[in-house]
Design a protein around this ligand. Structure first.
Ligand SMILES: Nc1ncnc2c1ncn2[C@@H]1O[C@H](COP(=O)(O)OP(=O)(O)OP(=O)(O)O)[C@@H](O)[C@H]1O
Ligand SMILES: [Mg+2]
Length: 333
């Protein structure tokens, strides 16, 4: 059975429609008016134990709302969530024991305490056996490079240092499922790499199921095998990451280093099929639909205009594909 089952999940937020000023305030006091905003609109998915799932979509798509319902922090308007046999918002304490979560700016560490004391409090709260605690602490300190941070007060840590400690705290009790809502936001490249490696290591070792929300698609490229793409509260893709690229990645980028170029490149075709992205005396960058043209077609075309010195070919990555989807170029409403 799947470890996470989500069925026809809906979350509607009630937003008060208050007029401006004191009169508006008084009016609202006696005749409150509300409108509804559907943040999550009838979504269903199931996730097997050990999966690494990237939950992606534009700002406001409904990702954090979904994650909050999965953790039990929010009650669904309708539909069902079952995580490892538990309904999260009905059995929050029981659910909390089996999950870990990093939710945006919220911290699970105690601001005024040294990091190690926060970890020890977590040990007590979750009743983590000594041996497991020591083993995890040693391992996490090593991978996340926490040695110099353990004695520092949380309030004195930098953003990246705090997130590394936060991630360690999340995994200390060996949770079965972990939700990470933008864990790499604002972090430098090395810290991001560290965190990605940590997630992959733990997943491999313990079959921890991870749902990861991020706008840094390198996180997805490196960590996740499966993508769930949500748009305006509705799932528009759920499946294998590579398959996603095959379905939506219709373009190839090709860059030429050239000499003796006299005229500009022209070809009568739509932008979707062939587009000159960049053009100078020494450089030509072209994006083309690889269902319509082959690389050889493009090479032949360019050789009519100039002498080709070097070629660099690049398949479309997740980032480009998502940009096209967000712009409405691939999937219509
Ligand atoms: N407490 C709330 N009350 C009213 N509306 C809300 C509330 N929380 C979120 N929303 C709205 O619900 C929609 C989904 O928000 P959500 O935070 O789930 O998006 P998100 O996909 O996590 O976006 P981001 O990438 O910016 O974090 C947005 O339009 C947001 O304005
Ligand atoms: Mg969010």
């Amino acid at each position: 059975m799947a470890i996470i089952e989500v069925k026809n999940l809906v979350k509607k937020y009630k937003i008060s429609e208050k007029e401006h000023g004191i009169i508006g305030y008084i009016k609202h006091l006696f005749h409150p008016k509300y409108k509804e905003h559907i943040a999550v609109n009838n979504i269903s998915f199931s996730i097997e134990e050990g999966e690494l799932v990237g939950y992606i979509g534009e700002n406001g798509a409904g990702k954090s709302t979904t994650i909050k319902m999965l953790t039990g922090l929010l009650t669904p308007t309708s539909g069902n969530v079952v995580v490892n046999g538990i309904i999260p918002n009905e059995e929050r304490i029981k659910n909390n024991k089996q999950i870990g979560a990093v939710l945006g700016q919220k911290t699970q560490l105690w601001w005024d305490l040294p990091v190690i004391e926060s970890f020890e409090l977590i040990k007590k709260m979750y009743e983590i056996p000594n041996e497991q605690y020591e083993k995890n602490l040693k391992k996490f300190t090593e991978i996340l490079d926490l040695e110099d941070l353990l004695d520092k007060q949380v309030k004195n840590l930098s953003l990246g240092q705090k997130m590394r400690c936060e991630i360690a705290a999340t995994f200390l009790h060996n949770p079965k499922v972990v939700y990470l809502d933008e864990p790499t936001i604002g972090l430098d490249i090395l810290v991001k790499e560290n965190i990605r490696k940590f997630i992959k290591d733990i997943n491999k070792e313990r079959k921890t199921t991870v749902i990861l929300t991020t706008h840094d698609l390198k996180d997805i490229e490196e960590v996740c095998d499966r993508i769930i793409l949500i748009d305006k509260g509705t799932i528009i893709y759920d499946g294998d990451k590579e398959n996603f690229k095959n379905i939506y990645g219709k373009h190839t980028m090709i860059e030429f280093i050239v000499k003796n170029k006299n005229v500009n490149i022209t070809l009568e075709t739509s932008e979707e099929e062939f587009e000159v992205i960049d053009e100078s005396d020494k450089n030509i960058k072209i994006k083309f639909n690889h269902d319509k043209f082959t690389v050889m077609d493009i090479v032949k075309l360019i050789s009519n205009y100039c002498e080709i010195l070097d070629i660099h070919i690049q398949e479309e990555g997740l980032e480009e594909i998502l940009k096209e989807i967000y712009r409405g170029e691939i999937i219509d409403d």
